[in-house]
Design a protein around this ligand. Structure first.
Ligand SMILES: NC(=O)c1ccc[n+]([C@@H]2O[C@H](COP(=O)([O-])OP(=O)(O)OC[C@H]3O[C@@H](n4cnc5c(N)ncnc54)[C@H](OP(=O)(O)O)[C@@H]3O)[C@@H](O)[C@H]2O)c1
Length: 327
């Protein structure tokens, strides 16, 4: 089959090669001896793929390897006893090996794909929407009627978080860096949009009547302290990522003085050994798809052979919504 491999750690420009490799067996590393084989139609591209071309992601497989954590396509074969069968349209999370014509995923990370979503949207579903649900609901303990401030709101995790929070009945304030990203956040359904180069902290406090209940932060860096200052009493700042480049430090007296919390959200580390949690999150997202609240926003599509351009778009802060590869 045709696939892309990372052959060295020289970065998105030069680390990828198109190769012919054998198709995977129906066995996934998380479920040895069992796995769902998927004929891939579209593969999702995300920040960890960029980091993997530099060896900077926590998952560091030996070289060469086929990257690509999530796909959409058609089931070729599924383990006996699963509720999937050959021919089903699915979104799946193989974790690695998605930039290929055939991928293998654990059964508990393979979900039927609603007819209302196309393959590109299916490839945009699991990483971002499951992370959004996990971060907002399980870690952030979001309640209907609360206000959420979302950084990086025009990005993959950001647009997903806007839709999940809104679908759940929360109010959303999006933080973005450009006018183009402002319209992406509005299209995703944000109630309010503020600019990261403006007085976003004061605007957020004013828009929320004194402070937001939850901050969802995939960006980190030097805006972190202002994120803490934008919280209402009892507020929760959920740490999701560090696209801004630096890992912030917290002066814990701020937590005490204002009765606020900082909470880490690592979706992969939490859910990989918990099949039931994945199924529960999948069911919640399916409901939000049925209600029309979740509609993955696909920003740019590239052919498989042009994956380097897809990775560079993310690396250079140019991506909006989800970036996908047509396989
Ligand atoms: N914790 C978890 O379980 C989990 C799961 C999935 C992803 N993540 C992490 O979440 C982060 C966001 O992923 P994503 O897929 O949403 O990425 P994305 O689509 O590229 O969006 C990231 C956003 O970060 C903002 N940003 C600020 N400074 C940036 C910089 N120097 N370079 C690039 N972007 C910058 C950009 O928004 P503005 O330009 O508007 O500021 C951009 O839209 C990544 O770090 C990823 O690894 C974590």
């Amino acid at each position: 089959m045709r696939a892309l491999q990372i052959i060295d750690l020289s970065g998105p420009d030069s680390a990828l090669r198109e190769v012919e490799v054998p198709e995977p067996e129906a066995s996934h590393m998380l479920t040895p001896g069992s796995g769902v084989l998927v004929d891939v139609e579209a593969a999702g591209v995300s920040f960890p793929d960029v980091l993997q071309t530099r060896g900077e992601y926590q998952l560091k497989p030996p070289l060469p390897f086929v990257p690509g954590s999530e796909v959409a396509g058609t089931v070729r074969s599924a383990p006996e006893g699963s509720n999937l069968s050959a021919g089903d349209r699915v979104a799946a999370f193989p974790m690695l090996g998605g930039f290929a014509e055939v991928a293998v995923a654990p059964e508990f990370l393979t979900f039927p794909l609603a007819d209302s979503l196309d393959a590109r949207q299916g490839a945009a579903l699991i990483l971002n929407y499951h992370t959004a649900w996990f971060s907002l609901m399980i870690r952030g303990r979001l309640r209907a009627g609360e206000t959420v401030l979302i950084h990086g709101a025009a990005g993959g995790v950001g647009t997903a978080s806007i839709q999940v929070a809104k679908g759940f009945g929360a109010r959303t304030i999006a933080v973005v860096s450009t006018p183009e990203k402002e319209s992406v956040a509005r299209d995703a359904g944000a109630d309010e949009v503020v600019r990261s180069d403006g007085a976003w902290k004061d605007e957020a406090k004013e828009l929320s009547g004194g402070g937001v209940d939850v901050v969802l932060d995939p960006v980190g860096g030097d805006r972190f302290t202002d994120s803490l200052r934008s919280l209402a009493e009892g507020g929760r700042l959920v740490v999701v990522g560090f696209t801004g480049g630096s890992i912030p430090e917290v002066k814990v007296n701020r937590l005490l003085l204002n009765n606020v919390e900082v909470i880490g959200a690592g979706w992969g580390a939490y859910v990989m050994g918990k099949p039931e949690v994945n199924r529960e999150i999948g069911a919640e997202i399916a409901e939000l798809i049925d209600s029309g609240d979740v509609r993955p926003i696909v920003g740019a599509g590239f052919p498989l052979s042009d994956a380097a351009a897809a990775l560079k778009l993310i690396d250079e802060r140019g991506a909006t919504g989800k970036v996908v590869l047509d396989v």
